[in-house]
Design a protein around this ligand. Structure first.
Ligand code: ADP
Length: 470
């Protein structure tokens, strides 16, 4: 399917149309110019011939006699062989000499009417012979011999000689023009494609740039024209974005860091206040709830700090080999109490030997967050299963629950910061809306990914895929 709005198509069409127009103009000019030239040169040669006949032979006819003149004309001009017409008529309209049908039969002058010369001037005209016997360009010249006798000399040539040349030219054009245009369209399309190739390359590399690799730059096409300017402009835009992103990341990292200390102080103060012996019951309750909120705030700030440090690339990541199955088994055991409290059956299937490379503390955080969610969003009596397995070059961690599930429209968003399907519920179970965002950031930092599958009311499966250690 051809894209008719593309630059390539439009340029090719324009340029083919232009070429066609120019070629047509050239053809028309050539045709008429050639027609004019051929006609004039035929006329010239007819005139010359008539004059030669008159001056060379007719002038002295009084001395040489008529038979001599006839013989000379036949011998010198051989009109029948050369497809020419020659006729000499005496003053009394009787014919002295007239050539016959030429050998190539291009015309038949037998019925040509006698010359009509009104005034005594030579003239050229086109004659259509009756009964389709051809067309002649005819030159008629009155002449007076030295002895005073008057003659009319006529020379003629078939017109279709010119016509056949012109027809040949037309044919050449009729066949040549489409071929030339087709060739130029093909060539133009090809040239255009290679000319636009750098744009394609630019587009492809621009598509690769995301907020994660803003440090990368597009290849600069060194063409010294609009394309080079475009690639430079795009690059400086990426650079500006990079700076802006860095600022934002720094800001969130700094902000969460700065919030930590006053929060710790606040918590300390509140705790101390709660210890006071002579406290009113109502005040104690209020301080308790203020403490709870401070707790929550601390959790959010801690999580934000983790994410923004991961984002800013400043989180110091350990790179060590360890067994993901072992880590998972241990973590599950640590969280078993939490599940039992809620009367949830926690099963773990993790046979050793799934070695990965990375920061085990952070990957433990991934397991904790996923397990925590699974327990949080599963009603008592439910089931949570954890599985670790090796799948080719990947280590797979799977956390499956029989909980509330996630509605389809929410699925694409649950890894976003602060996104919660049900704010009130998340708050009630102590969620911050940052747990999965952290999971995603940590997985990405390890060259892995996390995916989810869920059915509302049936449960969810979270799968983490990490490259196994080499
Ligand atoms: P939160 O702190 O609210 O749990 P998360 O980032 O961990 O934040 O999760 C985001 C949202 O995704 C949650 O609010 C919840 O609605 C949904 N969610 C996460 N895990 C599960 C799960 N196992 N079952 C059902 N919903 C889940």
């Amino acid at each position: 399917m051809m894209n008719t709005r593309s630059i390539r198509f439009r340029l090719t069409v324009w340029y083919a149309a232009l070429l066609a127009g120019l070629l047509a103009l050239f053809g028309i000019t050539l045709y008429f110019g050639l027609a004019d030239y051929l006609e004039r040169s035929l006329k010239n040669s007819l005139e010359k011939q008539a004059q030669q006949v008159a001056v060379t032979y007719l002038a002295d006819i009084g001395q040489t006699g008529e038979d001599y003149v006839i013989e000379e004309i036949k011998e010198h001009y051989a009109p029948e062989i050369n497809s020419r017409f020659v006729r000499v008529t005496r003053g009394d309209n009787s014919v002295l000499y007239a050539s016959g049908i030429p050998e190539d039969k291009s015309f038949d002058p037998t019925d040509l009417p006698a010359p009509t010369i009104g005034d005594d001037k030579p003239q050229t005209r086109e004659v259509h012979l009756p009964q389709d016997k051809g067309e002649l360009l005819l030159y008629t010249m009155p002449f007076t011999a030295n002895d005073g006798n008057r003659f009319v000399v006529e020379t003629g040539a078939p017109f279709d000689a010119i016509e056949s040349v012109l027809r040949g030219l037309l044919l050449t054009f009729a066949f040549g023009l489409p071929v030339m245009i087709a060739l130029s369209i093909g060539g133009g399309y090809f040239v255009m494609r290679s000319a636009l190739e750098p744009v394609d390359a630019l587009t492809r590399s621009a598509e690769r740039i995301t907020s994660r690799n803003l440090g990368e730059r597009l290849p600069v096409v060194e063409t010294g024209d609009e394309l080079e300017r475009l690639s430079i402009a795009l690059n400086s835009m990426v650079a500006r974005l990079d700076t802006a992103f860095t600022h934002i990341r720094r800001f969130s990292a700094d902000a969460s860091h700065e919030l930590r200390t006053p929060l710790t102080v606040l918590r300390g103060e509140l705790e101390e206040l709660a210890q006071q012996p002579n406290l009113h019951e109502e005040s104690r309750e209020r301080i308790g709830s203020a403490l709870e909120e401070t707790e929550r705030l601390s959790k959010i700030v801690e999580s934000l700090l983790v994410i923004s440090r991961l984002d800013a690339g400043e989180a110091r990541m350990e790179r060590k080999r360890f067994d993901l199955a072992e880590l998972t088994g241990a973590t599950v055991e640590q969280m078993r109490l939490l599940a039992e409290d809620k009367d949830i059956l926690l099963a773990c299937e993790a046979d050793g030997g799934v070695e990965v490379e990375g920061d085990s503390a952070r990957l433990k955080q991934v397991i904790v967050n996923l397990l925590d969610n699974a327990i949080k969003y599963t009603a008592p009596g439910g089931r949570v299963e954890v599985k670790v397995a090796r799948n080719g070059d990947s280590a797979m961690l799977e956390v499956k629950d029989s909980g509330v599930g996630i509605p389809g429209e929410a699925l694409p968003h649950i890894f976003e910061r602060f996104y919660r399907v049900d704010k009130a519920r998340s708050r009630a179970v102590g969620g911050t809306g940052l747990g999965l965002a952290i999971v995603k950031s940590i997985c990405a930092a390890h060259g892995g990914e996390v995916t989810v599958e869920s059915q509302e009311g049936r449960g969810s499966v979270f799968r983490v895929k990490l490259p196994v250690a080499a």
